[in-house]
Design a protein. Structure first.
Length: 256
């Protein structure tokens, strides 16, 4: 059972949150809810723009005796790629704490991975991401109509590569009422696990629902329960290019 609970929290960490710093500009904050064998779980996903082409994606998943916090500092590349600079992970499960981090050195094409007080240097292939940032990349790619063939990232010092297929649009209940939702799906190589994610194209492709089915154990569902998005979310992220980025504060200062 403990293994299943940990798996569920890793699954839920598709989402995020914490309080942004006063100088950051909150672009969106999404809250999600799930239930597993009577456990009420909550998750918040938060993206903020820090100016000068710097973003912060944060995620906190919490429940009884369990919490997972992830932070991804990144930049926007010329071709729309989200370029990771640093990733931090903190976990507390039944009182046991764990931490790990990654620092991305794009000059040396290396990643410094730190876990349990030990460092390991990894080669950094092209277009590699971290465990939460690749998911935000999917949202941006769907908005711009160019879902990639695969998404590469590093988790626990190991390289991962996920491929998703797009399905037909269907009607789904949501915070915005009955909407047309677009589906992407990933099936594990052994066919035992299926992850289905539903996005709202009329609402900036925010995730509405995730269904996770594991034939060997349990299934879970995560649903959007609350959403707050800034009017600048599209301009400062979904449609943004590095040379055109300007923060709302800079915009107001220029107008004065």
């Amino acid at each position: 059972m403990l293994k299943s609970i940990k798996a569920l929290f890793i699954f839920c960490s598709f989402f995020l949150a914490q309080t942004v710093m006063a100088d950051d500009h909150l672009l969106f904050q999404a809250e999600y809810e799930a239930e597993y064998e009577g456990w009420q779980l909550s998750s918040r996903r938060e993206l903020s723009y820090q100016g000068d082409n710097r973003y912060l994606l944060q995620s906190v998943v919490s429940g009884p005796l369990v919490s997972i916090t992830e932070r991804s500092h990144f930049r926007l590349g010329e071709d729309g790629e989200l370029i990771p600079d640093r990733y931090d992970y903190q976990q507390r499960v039944f009182g046991v704490k764990r931490k790990r981090s990654m620092k991305f050195d794009h000059t040396q094409q290396q990643v410094l991975y730190t876990a349990k007080g030990k460092n390991k240097t990894l080669d950094m292939p092209e277009r590699v991401s971290d465990p939460v940032l690749y998911q935000l990349q999917i949202q941006r790619d769907l908005y711009n109509g160019n879902l990639a063939d695969q998404y590469n990232f590093i988790r626990k010092g190991k390289y991962k590569s996920y491929s998703f297929t797009e399905g037909e649009s269907v009607k789904k209940p949501s915070l915005w009422g009955q909407i047309s939702a677009n589906k992407i799906e990933r099936i594990s190589s052994d066919g035992e696990r299926r992850t289905t994610i539903w996005f709202a194209p009329d609402n900036d492709y925010h995730m509405v629902t995730i269904d996770f089915v594991d034939k060997t154990s349990d299934s879970y569902q995560l649903k959007l329960s609350k959403m707050q998005a800034a009017p600048e979310f599209e301009r400062l992220f979904l449609q943004a290019t590095p040379d055109a980025l300007i923060s709302p504060a800079e915009e107001q200062s220029a107008a004065e």
